[in-house]
Design a protein around this ligand. Structure first.
Ligand code: COA
Length: 235
């Protein structure tokens, strides 16, 4: 399967969002943060929310898609990775970033009005996650040079385990190694993802526990992993 990894283009967005939705269909975090009961979860609303995030990511993130150039559907996105660029602790947010964050917020507000609600997102749980995420990053992000933060990584179900995820990681981890910078991710699944990420050079540093008001019954654990920069293997 000849796989091509390229920066995302506007025409890729719909297929990329479809790929993300399919890969996260049974994701522990998604199942915790969204009310998936019939009539509660609105897939179309979720699509447009992810689309707004992808449009934002096209400008501000390191955002790649994988395609199988030999397939009968060569334009289909079969894998996605979106990484936040490292920010030095001394580096302030730029006006452009501030403005585009506001544009994203505005688009999400329009979705809220258009769909008359959040389409199943449990906002209380979302805020618990945001709070625990901020705490974990404050504890673990000790390097003033900043971290490449893997925000999204998915491969379409049915073709996982064939090396596509590794290629999506490599394009950024090679850059991180060149810069001498660290990478960071939060995995919502322990098995098999921790083992997969360990093979890609990440170490487990912390279990982030998100407990909502419903108590321990309804909790979600996320696994914070860091990858130290690696020296190229000399041949
Ligand atoms: C996690 C994910 C992105 C990894 O991509 P992938 O294409 O399946 O992974 P790869 O085939 O590139 O495998 C990468 C490495 O992990 C190993 N690996 C793959 N599947 C594995 C498994 N089930 N158990 C242990 N190791 C595994 C591979 O052998 C490879 O290591 P190697 O280079 O030493 O051989 C993909 O499986 C996925 O989208 N999962 C569902 C969505 C998800 O959980 N996303 C991440 C949310 S944090």
């Amino acid at each position: 399967m000849p796989i091509e990894i390229t920066p995302i283009q506007p025409l890729d967005i719909a297929s990329a969002v479809d790929c993300i939705q399919k890969a996260f269909e049974d994701d522990p975090y998604a199942n915790w943060a969204f009310d998936k009961r019939p009539g509660k979860f609105n897939k179309d609303r979720n699509f447009h929310s992810l689309k707004a995030k992808c449009e934002w990511g096209m400008k501000h993130a390191l955002f790649f898609v994988a395609k199988d150039t030999s397939s009968s559907k060569p334009d289909e996105v079969i894998g996605v990775s979106m990484w936040m660029k490292p920010r030095k602790t001394s580096e302030p947010v730029t006006w452009e970033e501030w403005f585009d964050d506001y544009v994203l917020w505005f688009k999400q507000g329009l979705n809220l009005i258009w769909y008359q609600g959040r389409g199943g997102l449990r906002t209380d749980r979302y805020h618990v996650w945001k709070r625990e995420q901020a705490k974990a990053q404050a504890e673990l992000w000790t390097d003033p040079e900043g971290y490449y933060f893997c925000n999204i990584v998915v491969v379409r179900p049915g073709i996982q385990g064939k090396g596509i995820g590794k290629m999506l990681f490599k394009v950024v981890s090679d850059q991180a190694d060149k810069d001498g910078r660290k990478c960071y991710l939060e995995s919502s699944r322990d098995t098999p993802n921790i083992a997969i990420y360990q093979k890609l050079g990440f170490d487990l540093r912390k279990k982030m526990v998100c407990v909502s008001e419903e108590g321990d019954e309804a909790r979600c654990d996320l696994f914070c992993m860091v990858r130290e920069p690696q020296k190229p293997v000399s041949t």
